[in-house]
Design a protein around this ligand. Structure first.
Ligand SMILES: [Zn+2]
Length: 439
């Protein structure tokens, strides 16, 4: 059985851009490390979602780890877990952003981007609206970092209210209530509106905001909410599902929550630039796989996605080149030794660096470097090249079984070795034994 390293280049996939004369940032960037690995790999076209909606990083990673979307509790739960909250069943969690209001002809609009603030200010403002109670509902707001927080709601709910966060500047705040919601979510949406109005009134009058306005800065006076999350059924631990001991190396806090939820080890990547982040992650992954007893490591490098959100294709190409430089570290490791390891590189979703989309939903590049699958004609990790690869189409929920196949770890569908749904073949020490000599 071989080890597996899954490297996710977050949002690296893109479309043709006018700024790069019709090329995508992956095509435009000089990427000798990725080119060398792609030439020795099999390539495919990765489908983050079957319905082609703009894919989110968190759900795509959950599915890439072998889980179905029905088991996913939602990103706010992962953030709550990373924050150290004790996540309870029958409690709803929402992610919160504190933003500025702008009024235009008696209507309020959201200003959410490019607002300067001090951490001290947001802590004070979150504290001012940290508890509220109305009817059947209790609201508790916890500050995370910067302008972000988690809202814990105790009371009846169904699937949760609509998002109030429009995700864009100069958009109105969305009403969390719709007549299409069920009875409990209707009650909840009304209670949430009351809380948001109460919070708006308190925040607008808060001394921190008065001082901000006096200084000519935007007041941080509105809370916008999104991603209703609650525990549906506890997902099978990763070790039981795949029969692998796993770890995640990443930067964002929700990966810590995902690790807690699924029983993986989390290592925070706090290196500063894309090159050193990638170098650190590759070295650390080799250590976990070959010096410690880990079987699987997922590495997420966020920088290409962040560069895309600045809507600057050239900057994104430069970031990809820096990641590629850091990736050269891999040639000093055992990760490309196909007798011992399977290495996969994928982009979890496209982030268009031109136009107004947040994330889009078309397929992305994927390569797998392994002895079992060999290589094909693909020479580069780009959208057009990998689309012609022998692996053809691969859905996010199929990735883990394919990697388990490449690593000689896939379960045999005709056998039943555990009560858990398992897609991995157990090692001898993972089998529950009987002693036939026992009387
Ligand atoms: Zn993004």
């Amino acid at each position: 059985m071989k080890k597996i390293l899954l490297l996710v280049l977050d949002g690296a996939a893109d479309r043709r851009t006018t700024a790069l004369k019709g090329q995508t940032p992956l095509e435009f960037a000089r990427t000798p490390s990725l080119d060398k690995i792609a030439s020795a790999s099999i390539a495919g076209w990765f489908y983050p979602r079957e319905d082609f909606l703009g894919a989110s990083t968190d759900l795509t990673h959950f599915m890439m780890l072998g889980y179905s979307p029905e088991e996913y509790p939602g990103r706010s739960i992962l953030e709550a877990m990373a924050l150290g909250l004790e996540v309870k069943k029958q409690v709803l969690y929402l992610s919160v952003l504190i933003a500025a209001s702008k009024s235009k002809e008696n209507e309020l609009y959201v200003k959410r981007e490019e607002i300067s603030f001090k951490e001290k200010e947001t802590i004070e403002l979150f504290n001012a609206v940290s508890y509220y109670c109305t009817g059947f509902y209790e609201f508790r707001l916890h500050h995370q970092k910067g302008r972000y927080g988690i809202l814990e709601i105790n009371g009846p709910f169904g699937e949760g209210p609509l998002d109030t966060d429009p995700f864009k500047d100069n958009y109105p705040i969305i009403n969390p209530y719709s007549s299409g919601l069920g009875f409990r979510d209707g009650l909840l949406a009304d209670a949430l509106k009351k809380y948001l109005r109460w919070a708006f009134e308190k925040l607008a009058k808060h001394p921190v905001n008065r001082e901000r306005v006096d200084r000519g800065e935007f007041p941080l006076d509105i809370l916008v909410t999104k991603w209703p999350s609650f525990i549906r059924t506890a997902p099978t631990p990763f070790a039981d599902l795949t029969k692998m001991k796993g770890a995640i190396i990443a930067e964002q806090s929700f990966f810590n929550g995902l690790s807690i939820l699924l029983g993986l080890k989390f290592i925070k990547n706090d290196k500063k630039d894309p090159e050193s982040k990638t170098r650190f992650a590759i070295k650390k992954a080799e250590n976990l796989l070959f010096s410690e007893d880990f079987d699987f490591v997922l590495v997420n490098i966020k920088d290409a996605d962040e560069a895309s959100h600045t809507k600057n294709p050239l900057k994104k190409a430069e970031v990809i080149e820096m990641i590629d430089k850091g990736l050269s570290e891999i040639f000093q490791t055992k990760i490309l030794d196909t007798d011992h390891c399977v290495f996969c590189v994928v982009s979890d979703h496209p982030t268009p660096s031109e136009g107004n989309l947040i994330h889009s939903g078309e397929p992305t590049p994927l390569i797998i470097h392994s002895f079992n699958f060999g290589s094909d004609e693909c020479k580069r990790f780009t959208e057009a090249e990998t689309a012609r690869g022998n692996l053809s189409k691969l859905h996010s929920s199929q990735l883990m079984p394919v990697l388990l196949n490449a690593a000689d770890r896939i379960a045999y569908s005709g056998s039943r070795t555990s009560v858990f749904k398992s897609i991995g073949f157990p090692a001898p020490d993972q089998i529950q034994k009987i002693n036939l000599r026992e009387v």
